[in-house]
Design a protein around this ligand. Structure first.
Ligand SMILES: O=C(O)CCC(=O)C(=O)O
Length: 287
């Protein structure tokens, strides 16, 4: 694999029928690959196989990697010979805990990454802030506690899920670990989307000088939780390279990892960090 990577973002609608959602994802990826034989990586949205909502999570939870959704993604990755970052599904583990989990599949169908959302989306935003939203993932889900870096060809890719994107420490650690791209399957709401979606993505990109990619479900104004859409690829200069609209949309884009080296060479902030000063300052930090 060269320094270029062709990736596909599948901004798909998510309905109440899990099998149908998975069928649509499989169909979408299959058609995308047929139309773009150069496709190497397909990325799905957060909660792509079932409705996003605390009241729904238990109903569509599955085992990883033995559940039907994982089995389909594994088979598809192998059949098409591509990597798949499988958005997220609700995972039920052996102890009956639920997690919001992203699975990553290699071109031979192997599970090469399982990211359990680390920062659960628990907020109470007042209506004055662009519509307001109350959400408490913590009422149903358990937070993950592990970092997830996967190898996509020669490139290290850090995985987060939606709210994880708000935490600059996580992105910084991934950059310290050698990542040149971060991928966040996401489902921002329509009240926070206009304010923070692009801003956060460009902030993570400019801080860490890497690609930042999000994939959202398509907007459906009839669903209980209305996702923002606007799946996006931001380059290491923090420019928006591609952006979807609000509805169903499939994007194929080639990205060039040479850009990562270029920006890091021309603006060498990583080498200019004063970790000695930051260590001293840590001792004086309070809430
Ligand atoms: O952080 C936000 O505003 C949105 C997060 C979210 O929707 C999620 O984590 O699923």
């Amino acid at each position: 694999m060269s320094n270029k990577l062709t990736l596909g973002l599948l901004q798909l609608p998510v309905g109440g029928d899990v099998a149908e959602n998975v069928r649509q994802a499989v169909l979408g990826i299959t058609r995308l690959k047929a139309a773009n034989p150069q496709l190497q990586l397909a990325i799905l949205p957060e909660s792509f196989n079932g409705p996003y909502g605390v009241e729904h999570f238990g109903q569509h939870a599955e085992r990883v990697p033995d559940g039907p959704t994982c089995q389909e993604l594994s088979r598809l990755a192998q059949q098409l010979g591509i990597y798949i970052i499988g958005g997220s599904i609700i995972e039920r583990d052996a102890g009956d805990k639920l997690y919001n989990t992203c699975t990553v599949w290699s071109p031979s169908g192997q599970l090469i990454g399982r990211h359990r959302k680390i920062h659960l989306f628990s907020v109470d935003i007042e209506p004055a802030q662009g519509g307001g939203v109350q959400f408490d993932e913590g009422a149903a889900l358990t937070a993950g506690s592990e970092l997830t870096v996967v190898q996509i060809g020669p490139h290290k890719v850090g995985i987060g899920i939606c709210h994880d994107k708000r935490f600059e420490e996580l992105a910084r650690i991934y950059r310290n670990m050698g990542c040149s791209m971060l991928v966040y399957p996401s489902a921002f709401c329509i009240c926070q989307g206009p304010m923070h979606w692009e801003l956060l993505q460009r902030a993570r990109a400019t801080d860490n000088q890497l690609f930042v990619v999000t994939c959202s479900p398509a907007r459906n104004n009839m669903s209980g939780y209305v996702a923002y859409g606007h799946s996006m690829i931001v380059d290491p200069w923090a420019r928006v390279q591609r952006e979807a609209g609000e509805g169903r949309e499939l994007i194929v884009e080639q990205i060039d990892f040479n850009m990562v080296d270029e920006v890091r060479r021309q603006i060498p902030i990583y080498k200019q960090r004063r970790t000695d000063v930051y260590e001293l300052a840590k001792a004086n930090t309070s809430d």
